[in-house]
Design a protein around this ligand. Structure first.
Ligand code: ATP
Ligand code: MG
Length: 258
């Protein structure tokens, strides 16, 4: 999509996207991610992950399903009831939702820690700076290779996600989700693809777009009573939550040409 004169790759800007474009929000988000890829915050591979997410969001109708809202409330209940809650942040999440991460941290008191598949010290520092600028209190310092994984997502801090009992992992990779579950942690995933290994392995999966999901979790953190928390946690049924998302996609496809 091009509006106005072509200023060439690396020189486009969000200001060039016309606000009346029917897919304005999606285009602005893509531009933001492309900018963050150029600055090194988002890995090039992260752009394809976003594309997969967009495809599933299209199939879900680009809105928060009723089942996702239940998942968001349950996520809040789990974070508030945790002994050592941690929010794991990667490049895409930081690029899309740094202020939303800071707000959620304030509401639930979780540790915010950066964890990357395409890890370099420079990228970690850039993402930590972006989160700090947005108001998050980032848990940084010496990382060690502590998770049972052969790739670089194994790197984390002993007092941070290694010690977590509940860990929120937006846009996660299936391998690490499985490793965290294997360590006995409760894993909350935010993933638009209800079929992904992450979605299927997590304790709780929020099938919603991360910038819609995080504010809902934050709101629930502020509103849930002690009784609500207990009820939500004891009635958690991730199979039901995933099957509702899959049912919605199936229905939308079945009626696409009606
Ligand atoms: P898995 O190993 O779990 O089967 P994957 O490792 O191949 O999946 P990735 O490519 O790492 O998955 O992408 C992470 C997931 O994040 C994808 O399933 C994608 O649907 C989802 N995703 C991408 N962008 C967003 C977003 N903005 N909000 C919510 N989910 C998203
Ligand atoms: Mg994977």
């Amino acid at each position: 999509m091009q509006h106005g004169p072509d200023r060439g790759p690396g020189n486009r800007s969000i200001a060039m996207i016309p606000p009346d474009h029917p897919r304005y929000r999606s285009l602005v988000t893509r531009e933001r991610l492309a900018d963050c890829a150029r600055s090194g915050i988002v890995a090039m591979e992260g752009l394809t992950s976003h594309g997969r997410g967009e495809a599933f969001d299209y199939l879900l109708g680009e809105r928060t399903l009723g089942s996702a809202r239940i998942a968001e409330q349950t996520a809040a209940a789990m974070l508030l009831s945790a002994r050592h809650p941690v929010i794991s942040v990667n490049g895409n999440t930081a690029a899309l939702a740094a202020p939303e991460i800071a707000a959620l941290q304030e509401a639930c008191g979780a540790i915010v820690e950066v964890n990357l598949f395409h890890r370099t010290e420079k990228r970690v520092a850039q993402i930590e700076a972006l989160l700090t600028e947005a108001g998050a209190d980032v848990f940084s310092g010496e990382a060690e290779r502590l998770l049972p994984l052969t790739h670089d997502r194994a790197w984390c801090r002993r007092e941070g996600m290694y010690a977590a009992d509940v860990i929120l992992v937006p846009l996660e990779d299936g391998d690490r989700c499985e490793a965290l579950i294997g360590m006995g942690k409760k894993v909350i995933a935010v993933d638009l693809n209800p079929l992904s290994r992450t979605a299927q392995k997590a304790t709780l999966t929020v099938v919603d777009e991360v910038t819609r999901a995080l504010p809902e979790i934050t709101r629930a953190c502020r509103e849930l009573t002690e009784d609500d928390r207990r009820r939500l946690i004891s009635s958690l049924d991730n199979h039901y939550l995933l099957s509702e998302a899959i049912r919605e996609i199936t229905l939308r496809l079945a009626h696409a040409l009606d």
